[in-house]
Design a protein around this ligand. Structure first.
Ligand SMILES: O=C(COP(=O)(O)O)[C@@H](O)[C@H](O)[C@H](O)COP(=O)(O)O
Ligand SMILES: [Mg+2]
Ligand SMILES: [Mg+2]
Ligand SMILES: [Mg+2]
Length: 380
């Protein structure tokens, strides 16, 4: 049975500020999506992380389907109305357009979709993060699908031994390139290590071309031309029997690393793996959070979710994140905690620079340097 897994997410209003969602808003979004069950949708499950809501949907309409995208859009529009009635913060924040036009791509919401033949048993993990960018998935996807020090199955399991192909997107041009690992591993790392420019869009198994993972790659600031909140990405990963085991997929999150986002989308911070209940970024609007929702898909039905980071085995990672957060917060507004100027292009920082530009005067340094050059030219 061929099914499509579509995850479409948006921030349509925060409670309180940008920290969480309001139950009445989530209930409205759920109600609209549930109404399509048995007709357009086989099943739907609603997840929240911070101030974002994700619709995890199964259906048989294929990817980029207008009806599915419109359903998600309508659910978010209905939820926005509830957020407005409650005067929640940033009601309708990620709905960048007044009207739906064929596809939610480019309209604000994040999308991760994949179509596949449902296996005898189909375990899937949906990761959902708040206060960060799609590039947050670059490092863990590399570890899950290309690093045998993380994923033992790459060495031990014959069905994974052929490796995986990564589809990488340049977020500025929208161009994509496919790189095959292990053969092109170093080329892959040369690209995805540049997290502000390249993001992983999908991963495929080399032996048969089966899709293994799909991620949202939408960069809100590039769509809106200014900072309107962080992208807060989603990622779907298929597991077991020729794909990495659940434990291999979760393992990268046990050793925290730094991602971009956090306060005002302008800082570097650790990505903290948390339970559904702890997905409320409060300290300095963070640190960035990620949840992992496990499902077994049964004839399209989403059996789950299981809260996979609700596990004491991730306590150490959470403590480590708090420790890393303390160390970084000591830097205050100074780089490298605050992102470099190129990354601040879509925030209000350029406006400050513009206001100050005419106040820059020649310093004695430059005049002295110019005088030395003239002196040298005269002597020559
Ligand atoms: O990045 C943030 C929100 O991101 P999000 O809505 O989760 O995409 C926050 O840190 C805000 O930028 C910050 O709280 C300031 O918000 P405003 O007062 O400018 O709305
Ligand atoms: Mg928000
Ligand atoms: Mg958010
Ligand atoms: Mg956001």
């Amino acid at each position: 049975m061929k099914i499509t897994l579509s995850i479409i997410k948006a921030d349509i209003g925060g409670y309180v500020g940008h920290s969480s969602t309001h139950p009445e808003v989530v209930a409205k979004v759920t109600e609209v999506a549930q109404a399509a069950k048995g007709d357009l949708l086989i099943d739907v499950s609603v997840l929240t992380c911070g101030d974002d809501i994700a619709l995890v949907m199964t259906h048989q309409q294929g990817v980029d389907n207008e009806k599915i995208h419109k359903l998600a859009w309508d659910a978010f529009v209905a939820g926005t109305q509830v957020a407005r009635d409650l005067k929640l913060y940033g009601a309708g924040q990620d709905l960048l357009s007044d009207a739906f036009s064929g596809n939610v791509r480019g309209l604000g919401p994040g999308i991760a979709e994949m179509e596949f033949e449902e296996r005898k048993s189909e375990p899937v993990i949906v990761f959902f993060a708040d206060k960060t960018a799609p590039s947050a998935w670059n490092l863990p996807l590399y570890e899950m699908f290309a690093d045998p020090m993380n994923t033992a199955g790459l060495v031990i399991d014959p069905s994974m031994h052929g490796g995986f192909t990564f589809e990488i997107m340049d977020v500025y041009t929208g161009k994509v390139v496919k790189l095959k690992t292990p053969a092109e591993l170093y080329d892959l790392l040369a690209l995805i290590g540049s997290v502000s420019k390249y993001v992983v869009r999908a991963v495929y198994r080399n032996s048969d071309g089966e899709i293994a993972a799909a991620a949202s790659t939408q960069r809100l600031s590039l769509m809106a031309g200014q900072y309107v909140g962080k992208d807060d990405p989603v990622l779907a990963v298929r597991s077991q029997s020729g794909f990495p085991a659940i434990g291999e997929i979760l393992e990268p999150f046990g050793r925290p690393w730094l991602v971009e986002g956090w306060m005002r989308g302008s800082h570097t911070g650790p990505l903290m793996p948390v339970s559904f209940k702890q997905a409320k970024p409060t300290r300095f609007d963070g640190p960035p959070r990620v949840i992992a929702a496990g499902y077994q898909i049964c004839n399209g039905r989403l059996v789950g979710p299981v809260d996979l980071f609700d596990d004491p085995a991730f306590d150490m990672a959470r403590h480590e994140c708090s420790y890393m957060a303390n160390r970084l917060r000591r830097q205050g507004i100074f780089e490298p905690h605050r992102l470099p100027p190129e990354e601040m292009e879509y925030t209000t920082l350029p406006k400050v620079m513009e206001r100050l530009k005419d106040r820059f005067m020649d310093s004695g340094e430059k005049m002295a340097k110019d005088a030395k050059i003239l002196e040298k030219e005269d002597m020559d």
